[in-house]
Ligand binder design. Structure first.
Ligand code: NAD
Ligand code: FE2
Length: 383
């Protein structure tokens, strides 16, 4: 079987990594940057850590920060116009998944204007040209958007989030600097960390997984299980590990797909603007239990990655239960919500949520083929 892997051309890691950006821009011959970020990050000085380096190097730039979480189509279209007016030749995405994903959509549409409606980019779009070159600087340890070929945009009118999958959007340069993430409040570290854990676990058990992606996902699960609780409480070494672990998970899942947790989490973002990681955290353990019988020995490996010493000597059923319990316990201990009610869901919406989840691009990667009725039942089980 033919397999494909797509990663960044170049990536830097570690505290202080952002200092390489001016030289990298000059070396690549760029002349002006269009910085895509959000208001919270601009006001709190996080974006300024990078723009002050550009100031110091005399590198021209413009900042576009009109982006909200679960970014809507309008944020992309306004950004496309602003980019065209700026005269810039490189994009720098500074933020969590929302600015990163908006940045990718701006770069793709600028290079492929026939997709200016944005909606037509859903799924695997037939773009012809690579995005305007993107430098991606994540400020959350979660989405790994800096190394994925995906971006997620919200259609507010239709109350739905849609996933776009396009190798043309891969950032040419990723700069994963944990100091850019340190100002995140605890709840954001928890939510984005659970997003990363979901990427690693769904990527490990997804239908398209193979040895190379398994290698990334298993390592990421080990690292996140150990580091996330400490990172959430502000331990700097654990935060460095989380920054790396979420990127490692991204190298895997971007290339092989996800599953029903993401398929069911996206409608919660579309309907109630639920933070993406919070929604994943609610659904991860229940969906793992639902999938367990369709995952071979893989939940045994996950139990071992969570430090369960008897994982390889207990029965397969017990090992699968142990993996699900370990994930459920971590989610509870971190204080992530565990019910849909807590993100504002109403019971009457469940049939519509389930229909949206069934149609989501990520659902096709689930190891167990889910029916509409089963998805409704899963939503009800965590209502
Ligand atoms: N492209 C992909 O492959 C991919 C993968 C998973 C999720 N996503 C998408 O990414 C989005 C979620 O991204 P996210 O979870 O990183 O959050 P986000 O970008 O939506 O940010 C959430 C909030 O946290 C704030 N914030 C971000 N970094 C901060 C920091 N260092 N200090 C203080 N505040 C900070 C932001 O200003 C914002 O208010 C969703 O739309 C999701 O669907 C994309
Ligand atoms: Fe995610």
């Amino acid at each position: 079987m033919v397999q494909r892997m797509i990663w960044n051309q170049t990536a830097y890691f570690g505290p202080g990594a952002i200092t390489v950006i001016p030289d990298e821009l000059a070396r690549r011959g760029f002349t002006k940057a269009f910085v895509v970020s959000d208001k919270v990050l601009v006001d709190s000085g996080v974006t300024g850590r990078v723009t002050s380096l550009l100031d110091g190097a005399g590198f021209p730039y413009e900042v576009y920060s009109d982006i909200v979480p679960n970014p809507p189509i309008e944020n992309v279209q306004t950004g496309v116009r602003a980019f065209a007016e700026s005269g810039a030749d490189v994009l720098i995405g500074i933020g969590g998944g929302s600015p990163q994903d908006t940045c990718k959509a701006i770069g793709i549409i600028t290079a492929n204007p026939e997709f200016a409606d944005v909606r037509s980019l859903e799924g695997v779009a037939a773009t012809k040209n690579p995005s305007v070159p993107i430098v991606a600087v994540p400020t959350t340890a979660g989405t790994a958007s800096e190394t994925t070929i995906n971006y997620v945009i919200t259609d507010v009118a239709e109350k739905r989030k849609f996933v776009c999958v396009d190798p043309h959007d891969i950032p040419v340069l990723a700069v994963v600097d944990p100091e850019m993430m340190s100002s995140a409040p605890r709840s954001l570290k928890v939510a984005t960390g659970l997003d990363a854990l979901t990427h690693a676990i769904e990527g490990y058990t997804t239908a398209g997984a193979f040895e190379l992606s398994d290698m990334f996902h298993l390592k990421a699960i080990q690292m996140i299980a150990k580091a996330l609780p400490k990172a959430a409480d502000g331990d700097p070494e654990a935060a460095d590990e989380m920054a790396m672990a979420q990127y490692i998970a991204g190298m895997g899942y971007s290339n092989v797909g996800l599953g029903l947790v993401h398929g069911m989490a996206h409608p919660l973002g579309g309907f109630y603007s639920a933070p993406h990681g919070v929604a994943n955290g609610i659904l991860l353990a229940p969906v793992m239990a639902y999938n367990a019988a369709y995952t071979g020995e893989k939940l045994r490996d996950i139990a071992a990655a969570f430090g369960i010493a008897e994982a390889y000597t207990m029965s397969l059923d017990d090992a699968r239960r142990a993996a699900v319990d370990a994930v459920a316990k971590l989610t509870r201990d971190l204080g992530n919500p565990t019910t849909l009610r807590e993100v504002g869901a109403t019971e009457e919406d469940i049939p519509a949520l389930a229909a949206a989840a069934l149609a989501d691009v990520c659902t096709g990667g689930n190891p167990r083929t889910a029916t509409l009725a089963e998805i409704e039942e899963l939503y009800r089980s965590v209502f």
